[in-house]
Design a protein around this ligand. Structure first.
Ligand SMILES: Cc1cc2nc3c(=O)[nH]c(=O)nc-3n(C[C@H](O)[C@H](O)[C@H](O)COP(=O)(O)O)c2cc1C
Length: 353
C-alpha cells in the first residue's frame, strides 16, 4: 500500500514545518511501513569502495539529527545523508522558515541549520543499526568565529560512524557560508580537513571519503575554481547542488518572494546545468552526486546522463511520498535497458561529453 496516499493530503494541509516534524516522528517511531525490497542489478553501483544497491539517496536536511536513518534506509533508498549537523546545538532562524510553493512543486526554506548538535547526533546514530550507506553532512555554527575548526571538530566526532562525509559550504541561510566556496578559502579549509582525515585514517585504518556540497549559484569562473581545488587536492566527490537564491520568473506561488533557498522543480534545469559544468571541468574524474528538482525517473536519468554517479532528492518526497523511490528505480532500470547500457556507470556523463 502506498501509505502516502492516505497521510499525504493531511500532511499537506498542515503547516510545512509541523508536517515535516510529524513525518520524521512517524518514520523514527516505526509508523511508516518499510518498502518491499526489490533488487535492481543494473542500478547497483560501487563508489569509494562502497556498494550502493541503487543510486537514489535521501538528500541532507530532512534528517538533520540522524533520528530516522534506519527507517529511511528501509524505505528503499540506496543511501541516506544525515545532517547538516553543527558542533553545538542551535535553534536556527525564527519561524515561519519553511514554505511550500504548491503551484510550483517547490519549497523555499531558511531553516538556518537548526539542529541538536554533534553530541546528540552521534548518540542518535549510535543507537541505530545503519544497515546501509550513511553519509554525514557537516556545517558550522552561525556564531562560530572559526569555520575551519568547526568542520574539523565535526569530522573527528562523526568519522567512525560515517560511510562518507559531506562538507556543506553552500547553504544560503548561514551568513558568509558560501564564501568558503572561493578558491583560497576552499583550499585552506580542505587542506586542514584532508590533513585531519589522514590522522583519523591512520588511527582507525579506514579512509572515509570526503565530499563537498556546492551551490548552483556560481558563474563559470566560480565552478572552475571549485573544480580546480577539488581536482588538485584531491577531494573524493562533489554534490551538485544545494538550493538556489535565484527566483525564476515562472514561479506562481504567493510565497515566491520569501527569503531563503529554493528547491524542487524550478531548480532542476539550473542545478543540472551546474552538474554538467562540473562533470566537464573535472574531466569526469571525480564522482558527482546530482541533486536538485528530481521528481521522476526521467529527471534522475537526466542527472546521470549529465554526469551524476548518484542522485539525491528532498522536495519531491514532500509532494509525492517515498513511493517515488521504487518508481524512480524501476524507471531508471527500464531506461538503461532501452538505451543499451549494461550498467548505470555506462550512462554517467554521456550528455556532458
Ligand atoms: C527544508 C530543507 C532543508 C534543507 N536542509 C539542508 C541541510 O541542512 N543541509 C544541506 O546540505 N542541504 C539542505 N537542503 C538542500 C537539499 O539537500 C537539496 O540539496 C535541495 O533541496 C535540492 O534538492 P531537491 O530539489 O530535491 O529538494 C535542504 C532542503 C530543504 C527543502
Amino acid at each position: 500500500m502506498d501509505y502516502y496516499r492516505l497521510i499525504g493530503p493531511l500532511l499537506r494541509k498542515t503547516p510545512a514545518e509541523t508536517a515535516h516534524t510529524l513525518a520524521l516522528w512517524a518514520l523514527a517511531h516505526g509508523m511508516i511501513p518499510p518498502a518491499r525490497n526489490i533488487p535492481y542489478p543494473t542500478l547497483h553501483t560501487k563508489l569509494w569502495g562502497l556498494e550502493f544497491p541503487n543510486p537514489v539517496g535521501m538528500a541532507a536536511g530532512f534528517d538533520k539529527d540522524a533520528q530516522a536513518v534506519d527507517a529511511l534506509l528501509a524505505q528503499g533508498f540506496g543511501f541516506t545523508e544525515a545532517g547538516t549537523v553543527t558542533p553545538r546545538p542551535q535553534p536556527g532562524n525564527p519561524t515561519p522558515r519553511l514554505f511550500r510553493l504548491e503551484e510550483d512543486a517547490a519549497i523555499i526554506n531558511r531553516m538556518g541549520f537548526n539542529n541538536r548538535g554533534l553530541e546528540a547526533f552521534v548518540r542518535s546514530l549510535r543507537g541505530q543499526q545503519r544497515k546501509g550507506i550513511v553519509g554525514i553532512n557537516l556545517g558550522k555554527n552561525k556564531d562560530s568565529t572559526d569555520a575551519i575548526a568547526d568542520y574539523v571538530k565535526g569530522l573527528a566526532q562523526v568519522y567512525a560512524l560515517a560511510d562518507y562525509i559531506t562538507i556543506n559550504i553552500s547553504s544560503p541561510n548561514t551568513p558568509g557560508l558560501r564564501d568558503l566556496q572561493g578558491r583560497q578559502a576552499m583550499e585552506s579549509l580542505f587542506r586542514e580537513l584532508l590533513g585531519a582525515r589522514k590522522t583519523l585514517a591512520m588511527e582507525s585504518g579506514r579512509t572515509v571519503p570526503l565530499l563537498v556540497k556546492i551551490a548552483p549559484d556560481m558563474d563559470e569562473a566560480g565552478f572552475s575554481d571549485v573544480a580546480e581545488v577539488a581536482s588538485g587536492l584531491p577531494i573524493d566527490g562533489i554534490i551538485v547542488s544545494n538550493t538556489t537564491l535565484a527566483r525564476p520568473p515562472s514561479l506562481r506561488s504567493h510565497h515566491r518572494a520569501e527569503a531563503g533557498g529554493l528547491s524542487g522543480k524550478p531548480l532542476f534545469e539550473h542545478s543540472t546545468a551546474a552538474l554538467r559544468a562540473m562533470y566537464r571541468l573535472t574531466g569526469g574524474k571525480i564522482p558527482l552526486i546530482g541533486v536538485g528538482g528530481i521528481a521522476s525517473a526521467e529527471d534522475a536519468y537526466a542527472k546521470i546522463r549529465a554526469g551524476a554517479s548518484l542522485v539525491q532528492i528532498y522536495t519531491a518526497f514532500v509532494y509525492q511520498g517515498f513511493g517515488l523511490i521504487g518508481g524512480i528505480c524501476s524507471g531508471l532500470a527500464v531506461r538503461l535497458e532501452t538505451d543499451g547500457f549494461a550498467s548505470l556507470r555506462d550512462a554517467v556523463g554521456v550528455d556532458a561529453r
